[in-house]
Design a protein around this ligand. Structure first.
Ligand SMILES: [Zn+2]
Ligand SMILES: [Zn+2]
Length: 312
């Protein structure tokens, strides 16, 4: 059994990038230092914040909720709240909702659950079916992503949030980066940084990614150590249909062959972000003519999709 590189205890985590073994205590120390450095480096939080954490109920977002709730004990001006969007995916989300409620209660965190069904009148399953019948060209993840983003902004604002924290980790970020490069969507690359750009729209809630520099296998380890890992390892049934699924596998294979390549890709992103932000300014957000939410177009993507689906 391998020993920790910093003490004599049993190692529970190995970093292929720096060749070090970590025991539970030293892993948590390393994790904490890394996240705090990210938060500081990108000026994610001020002294007084109501931080709404977007939670899916999966390991990453529960870890973020847990981590920030612990960190807030040292920041008296912070209030942490949890927000879960229930898309309505049969056999998938129900289980995670239970885990979310349990964790919020244990951490004594106020929370809110909002569903597609209540908000739009249809669950994601029903929306996907409708889209198919109408012959719309979108994958399930498109509807889900657009409607989730819409609700996260609106609901976190209504919860009094001054900032919305999402649990996107390094793996998520570089997957999105690569997907958008392959699709020549540089305007979207400009928006995947650790913090949202300077946006002055009164209805826009600033977004931050405290796990921006954290590998997925590190959030997994954190979640296991705090019993936040799902009891049943359920994947979203729509995930294997997505482009992200292939990219994720590709990047994991690449990392196996070239340890450290994920960090290298992240650094490439950070390098081009400032240039892209000059080119694609987010500050000129308009107001959607239909729903009044912030939008880059006259009509926001959520309203556009709803119109195409005939559910507006
Ligand atoms: Zn140790
Ligand atoms: Zn709209």
């Amino acid at each position: 059994m391998a020993k920790c590189s910093f003490c004599n205890r049993r190692a529970i985590f190995y970093s292929r990038v720096n060749g070090k073994f970590f025991c539970e205590k030293h892993f948590l120390k390393y994790f904490d230092r890394k996240v705090r450095r990210t938060i500081r480096k990108y000026h994610m939080f001020g002294k007084n914040e109501t931080i709404v954490v977007a939670v899916s109920g999966g390991k990453d977002s529960l870890s973020l909720l847990h981590y920030l709730s612990k960190l807030s004990k040292r920041a008296p001006g912070w209030i942490i709240k949890g927000l879960l969007i229930d898309e309505g995916i049969a056999g998938y989300r129900e289980h995670l909702i239970g885990k979310f409620i349990k964790t919020c209660n244990e951490l004594d965190v106020e929370y809110k659950i909002v569903s597609f069904k209540e908000e739009f009148g249809y669950s994601l399953d029903e929306i996907v079916k409708k889209g198919k019948q109408l012959g719309l060209p979108y994958l399930p993840c498109t509807y889900c992503g657009v409607f989730r983003r819409y609700l996260l902004n609106k609901e976190s604002r209504e919860m009094g949030g001054t900032v919305l924290a999402t649990a996107h980790n390094l793996d998520d970020v570089i997957q999105t980066f690569l997907m958008n490069i392959l699709n020549n969507n540089w305007d979207r690359v400009a928006r995947i940084g650790p913090v949202s750009g300077v946006i002055t729209h009164v209805r826009f809630v600033r977004r931050v990614k405290p796990f921006f520099d954290i590998l997925e296998k590190e959030t997994t380890t954190y979640s296991i150590l705090h019993s936040l890992y799902p009891d049943k390892n359920v994947e979203c049934p729509y995930a294997p249909l997505s482009f992200r699924w292939y990219i994720r596998k590709f990047l994991n294979d690449l990392e196996m062959r070239n340890p450290g390549i994920k960090y290298s890709l992240l650094n490439s992103l950070v390098e081009v972000l400032s240039l892209l932000r000059e080119k694609y300014r987010e500050s000129d957000l308009k107001t959607c003519k239909i729903c009044g939410e912030p939008s880059s177009q006259e009509v926001c993507r959520a309203c556009m999709l709803r119109r195409e689906l005939g559910i507006l």
